[in-house]
Write a protein that binds this ligand. Structure first.
Ligand code: C5P
Length: 227
């Protein structure tokens, strides 16, 4: 049984989303993709055409964005108001801007509050939730019962991202994807407010040599061991 919060953090291209989602589904728990929330706010910011250097304007757009995140692992959803933006938030414009928007402290405060509300509701409703992101174990849910930090070589992560993009019909060269993965790692790890880093009590799983089924097996064993 999966009780309470399982935090799954790590850089992009570690298979985080797929594995976190299947882990939640396998245990009948809920699932929250916090990256999708930062992406949706970024989409709202891009649409509003505010200057990416205007921090106050960005926070204002985030506050007005009416972000709604569904937590069913079989069908995770993200809406701005009534508009389903699940597809659009994976596009290159959002991917290029999301690290800048997610580095804004006011945006993080807002989304962390929002995430904690969603987590509390899920735990009260279902008993457990798998939450994936960059700062779940360190900031959003520091008391999580299990914290996992997924890693993989930059090359392995770029290959996975490129394969994912091309499967979804998006343009994807491995070189460009590798450069993007490395750029986002650098930005996400060096920002002042809750940078990407492993929580001290997180279990690190290197996925370079593992497929999705292999990672899922390891995490399932960790959940069963920790409860
Ligand atoms: O996981 P995904 O690649 O969709 O996340 C997109 C971006 O959102 C990350 O590169 C990072 O800048 C930001 N993010 C974050 N904190 C989280 C989740 C995502 O800053 N908890």
């Amino acid at each position: 049984e999966l009780r309470g919060v399982v935090a799954v953090d790590g850089p992009s291209g570690t298979g985080k989303s797929t594995v976190a989602r299947r882990l939640a589904a396998g245990f009948g728990a809920e699932y929250l993709d916090t990256g999708a929330m930062y992406r949706a706010v970024t989409l709202a910011v891009l649409r509003s055409a505010v200057d990416l250097a205007d921090v106050d304007a960005i926070v204002e757009v985030a506050e007005r964005a009416e972000l709604v995140s569904g937590t069913d692992p079989e069908r995770p959803t993200v809406h701005l108001g009534v508009e389903d933006v699940a597809e659009e938030i994976r596009g290159p414009e959002v991917t290029a801007a999301v690290s800048a928007v997610s580095a804004v402290p006011g945006v993080r405060e807002l989304l962390v509050r929002h995430q904690r509300r969603i987590i509390d509701a899920a735990v009260a409703r279902t008993g457990g939730i798998v939450v994936e992101g960059r700062d779940i174990g360190t900031t959003v849910a520091p008391d999580a019962g299990l914290k996992v930090f997924l890693t993989a070589s930059a090359e392995a992560r770029a290959l996975r991202r490129a394969a994912q993009d091309s499967a979804a019909g998006r343009d994807a060269s491995v070189d460009v994807t590798l450069a993007d993965v490395q750029r986002r790692d650098r930005l996400d790890s060096s920002r002042a407010v809750s940078p990407l880093r492993r929580a001290e009590d997180a279990v690190e799983v290197d996925t370079t040599e593992l497929d999705v089924a292999g990672v899922l097996r390891e995490l399932t064993a960790l959940v069963e061991r920790r409860g």
